[in-house]
Design a protein around this ligand. Structure first.
Ligand code: URA
Length: 261
């Protein structure tokens, strides 16, 4: 798929989200929030659901939690425009309550289709509800900062999932803010590892990993891959991404940066 084709496919999904009445959240919304970002990105961030500001503007993570998220991305040299940001539910739950299982289920096809189009290398989950979609049964206190292969049934056909606390939780607790900065600092290494896995799968003509042999999240960045079975081969994403990633071996002031493909 070309960038334009991805963009068009994402816009089609976004228009369906804006017209959706599949669950009760549609009744209370001002605007649906489909998500936004670089259609060629390798990294998708998945939050919980729109809050007050997002509901008014139709854009994800534009309030205080979003400002913290932008600071966290900046700490690894990335901008929000470099990634794609979306949520498990696309309409604001009343009074910012937690999304309910039937609401998450009703919205799940949109997220799955977005991931199919984006074919990311890394999915970063923000908070418990997002983590629950990609790491069923995991507990955030243990799973944050860890990674595991995505189940291709999520739409992410050959990705690593990396779990983080929700930025709103980090806003409430200084200790969680520090942990969140430490966690996000691992994401570039996870991206490098995922790229290597994808290249190996492509070279071997292998399918992407299925996660069933990796039920327990593994600590990042030590990712067990050798025993991961593979599904049907997919063409590798050909488009270039602009996310800068320092080699893990490079020192902080080393100018050598990897350009992502
Ligand atoms: N919190 C979320 O989970 N998503 C948003 O878009 C904003 C706040």
């Amino acid at each position: 798929m070309t960038r334009d084709e991805r963009q068009a496919a994402l816009e089609l999904i976004a228009n369906e989200v804006r017209a959706c009445t599949a669950c009760r959240l549609a009744e209370g919304r001002t605007r649906a929030v489909p998500g936004e970002g670089d259609p060629d990105t390798e990294v998708v961030l998945v939050g919980e659901g729109p809050g007050f500001n997002e509901d008014r503007e139709g854009r994800p993570f534009i309030g205080r939690a979003g400002a913290l998220l932008v600071r966290m991305l900046a700490s690894i040299g990335w901008q929000r425009e470099d990634v794609f940001i979306t949520n498990v539910v696309k309409c604001r739950p009343p009074d910012n309550r937690d999304p309910q299982p039937d609401e998450i289920a009703a919205c799940a096809p949109f997220l799955r289709r977005q991931l199919e189009v984006l074919d990311p290398s890394v999915v970063v989950t923000l908070g418990r509800y997002s983590m629950g979609t990609f790491m069923p049964g995991a507990r955030i206190g243990q799973a944050h900062g860890t990674t595991m292969p995505a189940d291709p049934a999520t739409g992410a056909r050959d990705a690593l999932v990396f779990a983080m606390y929700h930025p709103a939780a980090a806003l409430r607790t200084q200790a969680l803010e520090q942990v969140s900065f430490e966690d996000i600092a691992r994401v570039p290494a996870v991206l490098i590892t995922s790229r290597e896995r994808r290249a190996a799968h492509a070279e071997a003509g292998e399918p992407a990993a299925t996660p069933n042999d990796a039920d327990a999240p593994a600590p990042a960045p030590a990712i067990a891959t050798s025993h991961v079975p593979a599904p049907a081969a997919q063409p590798a994403k050909a488009s270039a991404s602009s996310l800068p990633v320092e080699s893990p071996a490079a020192s902080a002031d080393d100018a050598s940066q990897l350009t992502l493909f």
